[in-house]
Design a protein around this ligand. Structure first.
Ligand SMILES: [Zn+2]
Ligand SMILES: [Zn+2]
Length: 284
């Protein structure tokens, strides 16, 4: 499993990065090794698989550096703040109106699965501004998360976990075949947006890689009400309490310095900690 941290900015794009956009890529070789060892069901097609976890402002651009938008297998949205889903509108245009591959030209409806909170279909339509009588349903197959109810996308199992944020929001626990230890299973835990809570610790339990938002800074943001974001320190606590094997900090807004949250997290967690870079890559 390969994680591409395409957009790592929180709240809005930064000068150097799109907003939250992550590509989870499983190469065909990992699928084959997983089937051979029994960690992937043998009815899964042996090919590359691509799931986009969140698609924030600007993320669609970086995504095209690595994969054709027409071969995505699913979009998995943690929640519906614009920095996590704004580029769904652009993806709709690509899949529908691309001059050779768009569904208007081919006559083949993509029905790309888009997982999200209860109102994901309505919000996507409102964001795009569908005209009277227009529906997005032929392009997107909207599906809603239920807390802790896993969904399978080829070789991946994605389990949403309700977290602590002002709107309906989920962390995503993604299990799939390893790229660094072929034939083994690995766990990627992505917090989405959340404050510290018991469920985000459960989400991250024993994860091989915890991708944790750390938008807030100790001191500076102490007077903000609880239930919005992690600080670097709170992300470190989640990693330590969950016994995660590696911590990658992300979702830093333009006004938060990487060195500050990195130092906060390192003071709470003994394992390896890094700050995600735009268009970065992590192998699991
Ligand atoms: Zn956010
Ligand atoms: Zn949010």
């Amino acid at each position: 499993m390969i994680l591409r941290t395409l957009g790592v900015a929180g709240s809005a794009p930064r000068p150097d990065s799109p907003a939250s956009t992550y590509l989870v890529h499983v190469p065909a070789a990992d699928v084959a090794a997983g089937i051979a060892s029994g960690v992937v069901p043998d009815d899964v097609e042996v090919r590359d698989w691509n799931v986009v976890a969140d698609l924030g402002n600007g993320g669609l651009g970086y995504l095209q550096r690595h994969v054709s938008l027409h071969t995505l297998d699913a979009v998995a949205l943690s929640h519906l703040h614009p920095d996590h889903c704004a580029d769904l509108s652009g993806l709709y245009v690509h899949l529908k109106y691309h001059p050779e591959l768009g569904s208007v030209r081919t006559g083949v409806a993509p029905h790309l699965p888009v997982y999200g909170p209860a109102d994901v279909a309505q919000r996507a339509a409102a964001m795009y501004g569908v005209h009277p009588g227009e529906t997005m349903d032929e392009v997107f197959d909207f599906r809603t998360w239920s807390d802790q109810v896993a969904v399978r996308v080829g070789p991946l199992v994605v389990t949403p976990r309700s977290v602590y944020h002002p709107v309906e929001a989920y962390g995503l626990r993604i299990t799939g075949p390893s790229s660094v230890r072929p034939g083994e299973q690995v766990v990627l835990a992505y917090t989405g947006d959340t404050d510290y809570c018991a469920s985000v610790v459960e989400l991250a339990r024993d994860a091989d890689l915890l991708l944790a938002e750390s938008a807030f800074v100790q001191g500076r943001d102490d007077r903000v009400e609880p239930g919005i974001h992690l600080t670097g320190a709170r992300a470190g606590r989640v990693a330590a309490d969950a016994a995660a094997r590696r911590l990658v900090l992300t979702h830093l807004p333009a006004w938060t310095e990487a060195a500050v949250v990195l130092a906060e997290a390192s003071a709470q967690y003994d394992g390896p900690v890094t700050v995600a870079v735009p268009d970065g890559v992590e192998e699991l």
